[in-house]
Design a protein around this ligand. Structure first.
Ligand SMILES: *[C@@H]1O[C@H](CO)[C@@H](O)[C@H](O)[C@H]1NC(C)=O
Ligand SMILES: *[C@@H]1O[C@H](CO)[C@@H](O)[C@H](O)[C@H]1NC(C)=O
Ligand SMILES: *[C@@H]1O[C@H](CO)[C@@H](O)[C@H](O)[C@H]1NC(C)=O
Ligand SMILES: *[C@@H]1O[C@H](CO)[C@@H](O)[C@H](O)[C@H]1NC(C)=O
Length: 942
């Protein structure tokens, strides 16, 4: 796309190297010399002068002193101590320490934005619904931005004729402040990720308070524009959490600058002397540092070691601070010169600054006792903790947080959990509980751990779990802005604030909310779009249903009335409809079922769904559910198959042999409406193994109906992530596949079955060329295989060929990032791209599925899929809500050969198993009311 704020920036490295070594090569030697002298005349002159001075000094220094300077004239007061200059320098430092502002900066309606772009004309945004980021909503107001500042927010702003102003009609859309992500590694952990650009963690010693992200921040990171396209305008770029003290952080605005100077991108660029210029620091506790150093048999290998090392470093900083204070005190009362200069140590400088109250400290900690340890250290050494990050257990210890002298912000994930022990207790209600306890809550991405582009969706999800909407919006705007000491300038849409704004296509906390335009310092970042007036929001049924009667628990015969939609058939049935279930099976699902329920009506319970939705159970594909509980704890999992170039079909592992039922991961998936899980072994090998399909809620492999299909599909994987000593190249992986399938084509083993299409062949791959090679391989070697691609980030580039070859694609994840080199063509969505891979593939008729990319987030599968229905780029490329539900239900069943029929008019398993939602899954407020299965009847999963 052209015409956006980025197009004028040269690619880094180009444009500066075209002076003349090539011309000189063609000239004679004498000519060259002459040219050289002419060009460098002033350099040569300067060098000659310096040389003369040096020679003179050298000569004088070998002569006896008196012969040049009569001793009485030589100003040598080096009786003792440092020079007057050194004393003055030290006194200046003492003054600076004393006078440096350390106050909370206050908003000021008259303030100027020193980052303003002089060429930018003023902008008037008309007819906005303002969400101001502080909890206020203003209807139908205009916003006038000038010189990089919001200068008016009021009704009917009249322009003066002479002024050149750009007018944008927001047409009833929500306009809010730009989002603030207070935990990002953007620019130090750039996209695509390369070994050569990994600058997140200086993991060569556990305490590195002296390293700074500004020294590595790459203003050309591809993520900057993508993240800004999600409405994020400011990020705090922290070092990683491998070290106990990770280093100094810096906060940047995501507006590209022509200079390509990361200093010019700083929020604090050119601010006044009177403003407090906060510094930021990152620390970490718990698992990460002890894992990193413990694995090297170095301290810290335990939390004990972490605490000691931190306290030891802080006590050094404390001592240095005391020496400095003593020096300053003494120099104030004396005019003589001291024996030593103002005491300094670069390695302790930032920690001393922390102890002086000049640093806003951000600490990565999860568990209750980790949080407590850090609060204890802060009281021991008298420093302030600005925010605990991640802190999934903070909601359990508000009393410990209150031991601190300040209000500590908890900068957390909305619902990301479970990947390691310290993150295993996390619950998605935590933000709400913290809010109710009066603790400021911010939501952040930890980019690229989560894609910061979708920070607003983090806020949306918390509203599903009870955080009030405006509090959730504050959690990505003013709360993080306050926590990083910039709450007077950013994070609010109010007069006097920086003109960092987002015009949203719908209410920001709705599923799929996407910016139509983003402004930073009053500069629009993206192509101009035609802003259509907002449409009146359909009243949601979610408010209506408060309590599901518990008397239905276990019921196998019942009547549901007034369902808004049923998605159980081949087509969606629009309500109001009735559903009659008798003895665990649907006997009627229609506008009028009176004929079926006449006989049983008096004896069975009845429930008015008030517009609720009846959906099939979802299918989880692509996860390790059932084979792993805590990813980072190998004892909780089946283990990982090693790479092997064995052709032996007997060595193929089958997931069924390793399944473990129960546990929180499966329970949470079930709560999200996933009734069927298809899991393949965990593997570093090209041949992954055979997947099993099982009921998510089953208690044991022996339970009746627990297994839907013990050997569902053969899974293989290719690409960079599968390179190993056995398969050092992608080509060796392909060649291996060619061999095993051609050798076994006619044999009765898993390879043969997959090659002949008796079981599906699922290939994990993302790159367009690898997918193309795979299509070629299928045509030449196993034309009958029922091939599906899992991953498929770049598959949209071959959409027509995939449709023609009848190859399905299961996107994993549904929304991609260009994080890896083999998937740099990822379509990240509006406003940067015309739809996403799902839209393009669906448009071309490719059978589509959406996978579970993160075991802990399996419960979000319905959202992940209906996201595409919420974000169709055009009518042509439309994905309906029903299509999207098929991506995670019937399409997957068809791809894996579980069921081909899902027709209500026939007796089939789907009819016995369904999930009742309070409303459309497109509405994040919708929740699952109950799940019905043949064996258990009605069940409340929560
Ligand atoms: C128009 O001019 C008047 C008088 O100078 C001033 O008060 C007002 O703020 C101006 N309006 C805008 C939109 O700048
Ligand atoms: C603690 O530090 C603050 C500055 O952050 C300072 O004002 C205060 O005097 C210190 N208290 C003690 C007991 O040293
Ligand atoms: C902490 O927050 C509360 C409630 O907002 C406020 O009243 C109090 O002054 C704050 N305390 C400090 C030390 O900022
Ligand atoms: C997006 O693609 C669709 C389908 O090809 C097309 O109709 C539409 O105009 C495109 N939109 C943009 C903004 O390119």
């Amino acid at each position: 796309m052209s015409g956006n704020g980025y197009s004028s920036i040269p690619e880094s490295g180009e444009g500066s190297t075209h002076h003349d070594p090539l011309i000189i090569k063609d000239l004679s030697r004498a000519k060259k010399f002459e040219l050289y002298v002419r060009r460098h005349f002033y350099h040569i002159l300067a060098l000659a002068t310096i040389a003369i001075i040096l020679i003179t000094l050298a000569v004088y220094s070998v002569l006896p002193d008196s012969s040049i300077f009569p001793s009485e004239e030589y100003p040598h007061t080096i009786k003792s101590g440092v020079s007057e200059f050194t004393m003055d320098e030290g006194r200046a430092k003492c003054d600076a320490i004393k006078t440096r502002p350390r106050n909370k900066n206050l908003p000021n309606k008259k303030r100027a934005n020193p980052r303003a772009e002089p060429k930018q004309i003023p902008i008037l945004i008309k007819n906005a619904v303002v969400w101001d980021g502080q909890g206020e909503v203003l209807n139908n107001v205009d916003i006038y931005i000038k010189n990089g500042v919001i200068s008016k927010v009021e009704k009917d702003i009249q322009l003066n004729d002479s002024e050149n102003v750009k007018v944008i009609d927001a047409a009833g859309h929500v306009v809010g402040p730009g989002l603030v992500d207070m935990h990002s590694h953007m620019g130090v952990d750039s996209w695509p990720e390369f070994d050569g650009t990994q600058d997140t963690n200086e993991m060569t010693q556990p305490l590195t308070p002296f390293v700074r992200t500004i020294d590595a921040f790459n203003p050309s990171d591809n993520a900057i524009r993508i993240v800004a396209s999600g409405g994020v305008t400011t990020v705090l770029v922290l070092p990683g959490s491998g070290n106990i003290v990770g280093g100094e952080a810096f906060s940047f605005k995501l507006r590209p600058v022509e200079t390509l100077s990361n200093e010019d991108m700083l929020v604090q660029a050119h601010i006044d002397e009177e403003e407090t210029k906060w510094r930021w620091m990152k620390m970490a506790c718990g698992e990460n540092p002890k894992r990193v150093y413990g694995n090297q048999r170095k301290m810290p290998s335990t939390r004990l070691g972490e605490a000691y090392l931190l306290r030891s470093e802080l006590s050094k900083a404390q001592e240095l601070k005391r020496e400095q204070d003593d020096w300053c005190e003494a120099s104030q009362h004396s005019h003589s010169r001291f024996d030593s200069a103002f005491p300094q140590d670069l390695s302790l400088e930032s920690l001393v600054s922390l102890l002086r109250g000049e640093v806003l400290l951000n600490i990565h900690c999860y568990e209750t006792h980790d949080i407590e340890a850090m609060v204890r250290h802060s009281l021991e050494f008298n420093f302030t903790i600005s925010a605990f990050h991640h802190a999934l257990d903070a909601y359990r210890v508000p009393a410990i947080l209150r031991r601190a002298h300040n209000n500590i912000t908890v900068a957390t994930f909305a619902d990301h959990w479970g990947y390691k022990k310290e993150a295993f207790q996390g619950i998605p209600e935590a933000p709400k509980i913290l809010y109710e306890a009066g603790i400021p809550v911010a939501l952040k991405s930890d980019h690229p751990v989560l894609n910061s582009q979708h920070l607003i969706f983090e806020a949306a999800k918390t509203t599903h779990y009870g955080l009030p909407p405006q509090e959730a919006f504050k959690a990505v705007t003013s709360t993080p802005a306050n926590a990083i000491g910039l709450g007077h300038r950013i994070g609010s849409l109010r007069v006097g604030y920086d003109a960092d704004l987002v015009i949203w296509d719908r209410e920001p906390l709705e599923l799929g909310a996407t910016p139509l335009q983003v402004f930073v310092d009053g500069v629009p970042l993206f192509d101009e779009t035609v802003i259509e007036p907002t449409v009146e929001k359909k009243a949601s049924s979610n408010v209506a249903i408060k309590n599901v009667p518990k008397k239905l628990e276990g019921a196998k015969s019942f009547i549901l009335k007034n369902a808004g939609y049923s998605f159980l058939g081949k087509k969606p049935t629009e309500g109001p409809i009735q559903v009659v279930v008798e003895d665990g099976a649907i006997v009627c699902s229609a506008a009028d079922c009176s004929s079926s329920f006449a006989s049983i009506q008096s004896t069975v319970p009845e429930f008015d769904l008030q517009g609720g939705y009846v959906l099939p159970g979802l299918v989880a594909v692509g996860s390790h559910l059932g084979l792993s509980v805590i990813e980072a704890e190998s004892t909780t999992g089946d283990g990982v198959v090693a790479a092997s170039s064995s052709h032996e079909p007997k060595s193929i592992v089958e997931a069924i042999d390793g399944l473990k039922f129960g546990g929180r991961k499966l329970e949470e998936a079930y709560k999200g409406g996933i009734l069927t899980t298809i899991t393949a072994p965990m593997s570093d090998n090209v041949v992954i193994g055979v997947s099993a399909a099982f009921r998510t809620s089953a208690e044991s492999v022996l339970q009746e109906g627990a297994l839907i299909s013990p050997a569902t599909a053969l899974h293989v994987q290719i690409g960079d992530s599968v390179k190993s000593s056995q398969f050092p190249t992608v080509s060796s992986q392909i060649s291996f596949l060619r061999q095993i399938f051609s050798e076994n084509l006619k044999l009765d083993n898993r390879y043969g079955q997959a090659a002949r299409g008796e079981i599906p062949l699922i290939v994990s791959v993302n790159n367009k060329d690898e997918i193309a090679t795979l299509i070629r391989l299928k045509e030449s070697t196993f034309p009958d295989a029922r091939l599906a691609i899992l991953g498929g980030i770049e598959a949209y580039l071959l959409a027509a060929q995939l449709a023609k070859a009848n190859i399905a694609v299961i996107l994993n994840p549904g929304l991609c990032t260009p994080a890896n080199f083999d998937s740099i063509h990822c379509l990240t969505g509006a406003p940067l791209t015309n739809g996403t891979a799902a839209h393009v593939l669906n448009y071309h008729g490719v059978k589509l599925g959406v996978a579970v990319a993160d075991d802990g987030l399996a419960r979000n599968l319905a959202w992940d899929s209906v996201w595409f229905a919420a974000t169709s780029p055009s009518q042509d490329m439309e994905i309906s809500e029903f299509d999207a539900i098929k991506f995670v239900t019937t399409n997957l069943q068809e791809i894996f050969g579980l069921k081909t029929e899902n027709d209500v008019t026939q007796t089939s398993e789907e009819k016995e198993e369904f999930v009742v939602w309070s409303g459309s899954p497109l509405d994040v407020q919708s929740r699952i009311l109950f799940i019905h299965t043949k064996n258990s009847g009605i069940h409340y999963p929560v």
